[in-house]
Design a protein around this ligand. Structure first.
Ligand SMILES: [Zn+2]
Length: 201
């Protein structure tokens, strides 16, 4: 383990191995001899602050030292503090982002969206495809390109899309059937006309 202490003469911050405790050392800066004291956090602080008072170069040195002391006394490295603050922010901001205000919109419109989907489904069952498509359009228009989160709302939108697709296919099929029927009718009419003509001739 590496210990930090201040030179009792010039107050420079020194790093020494814990094996040096109790032994005589020489400050590499000012050359003063001193015994490396038994280290503990409170001892160290006491030593450091007493030297501040004795330090003849008060002004600059003290303000710099105070900064060092503040960092050392907190005990946690800066990156850990930043990480804890970031984690705290994340925990507070994430639920806000997830649940608000999108879910508020869903809550306000949930009843209407589900009612529209149910209406569309029952109109489709009753064979009223155009009315069903109308309900689907109303629902899909209301939702727009919002990304919905609630399962029941997502299901309602999917149902509306399916009902609309089936309804449009059915409307197209009926229109085609109507066309075919008219064409067949026209052909029959033409045949009748020809028959009538041939009888007249
Ligand atoms: Zn020194």
């Amino acid at each position: 383990m590496i210990l930090q202490l201040r030179c009792p003469n010039c107050n420079v911050l020194l790093k020494v191995p814990d094996t040096a405790v109790g032994k005589k050392g020489k400050c590499p800066k000012c050359g003063a001899d001193f015994v490396v004291p038994r280290y503990s956090k409170s001892d160290y602080k006491a030593v450091a602050s007493s030297h501040h008072a004795e330090n003849p170069r008060t002004g600059r040195a003290v303000s710099g030292d105070r900064h060092d002391d503040a960092e050392e006394s907190e005990g946690y490295p800066l990156w850990l503090k930043v990480l804890v603050v970031a984690a705290g922010l994340f925990v507070v901001v994430l639920p806000l982002y997830v649940f608000w205000p999108k879910d508020k919109w869903e809550q306000n419109n949930k009843v209407e969206i589900i009612a529209l989907a149910n209406d569309a489904a029952s109109l489709e069952k009753g064979g009223k495809d155009k009315e069903a498509i109308g309900k689907c359009d109303q629902l899909l228009g209301l939702v727009g390109d919002r990304k919905l989160r609630g399962d029941d709302l997502v299901n309602a939108v999917n149902l509306a899309r399916q009902v609309k697709q089936r309804g449009e296919a059915e409307v197209a099929r009926q229109a085609q059937a109507e066309k075919d029927k008219n064409l067949a009718e026209a052909v029959k009419q033409a045949q009748r006309d020809r028959k009538l003509q041939s009888q007249l001739v």
